[in-house]
Design a protein around this ligand. Sequence first.
Ligand code: AP5
Ligand code: ZN
Length: 214
Amino acid sequence: INIILLGPPGAGKGTQARKLVEDRGMVQLSTGDMLREARSSGTEMGKRVAEVMDRGQLVTDEIVIGLIREKLAEGGKGFIFDGFPRTLAQADALGALLDETGMTLDRVIEMQVDDEALVRRITGRFTCGNCGEVYHDETKPTAKEGVCDVCGSTDLKRRADDNEESLKTRLLEYYKKTSPLIGYYYAKGKLASIDGLAAMEDVAAQIDKALSEA
Ligand code: AP5
Ligand code: ZN
C-alpha cells in the first residue's frame, strides 16, 4: 500500500515514517530529506533551495515534483510520502504520477497536533547525522549524552530551520498552502485523521488501525 503522512512541521511524520519502514519494510520518500541531501551535496539546485528552506518557505512545486518523479521511476512498492504533497498542485501531480505507473494511493493520514506542542517539539529536536534517527531533548533523549542509541555516532545535529522565527513561517505556509489538502483527500475518501499529540507508540497504533481499514 502507498500512503501519505500529512501534518504540520513537528507533527511526527518523520518519526512515524521511520517506524513504518522498520515494521513493514515500506519505503520512506521524504522531500525534506531529499532537499537536505541536495543542499549538502552542493549541487546548483541544492544551493538554490537552501536559502528558501532556512527561511521556512516552500520550495517550488517543479523541484519537488521532479524529485518524486525520479524516485518513483526507480521502482519499489509500499511508499510513504512524508512531507509531500504540500500544495494542491503537488497533490494533482502525485495523482498523475501514480496513475502513469499503475499505482494507487491507499490512505492519507492526517496527524493533528496543536501549535504549542509543535513549537516544543521543533525546538527540542535533534537528529543523528549518520543514521537519521530523530530525538528530542525531553521526550526522546539519547541513553548516553551525545551518542546515537541506534548507530553509536556522535554526529548529532539540529536543523538550521528549527528556530522559532523559521517555524512561524513554516506554520503559516502549512495553514495557507498545505491544509487545503485535508479537504481534498477527504473528498476522495482517503483521509484518516489521528491524534498526533498522543505518545509515540499510541500514534503508531492509530496509524496501524487506519492502515488496516485501507
Ligand atoms: P520537512 O523536512 O518535510 O519538515 P517539516 O514538514 O517541517 O516536518 P518536520 O521534519 O519538521 O517534522 P516531522 O513531522 O517529521 O516531525 P518529527 O518526526 O521530526 O521540510 C523542511 C523544508 O523543506 C520545508 O520547510 C520546505 O522548505 C522544504 N520542503 C520539503 N518538502 C517540500 C515540498 N513537498 N514542497 C515544498 N517544499 C518542501 O518530530 C518532531 C519532534 O517531535 C522530534 O524531536 C520527535 O522526537 C518528537 N516527537 C515525534 N512524535 C512525538 C510524540 N508522539 N510525542 C512526543 N514527541 C514526539
Ligand atoms: Zn545514528
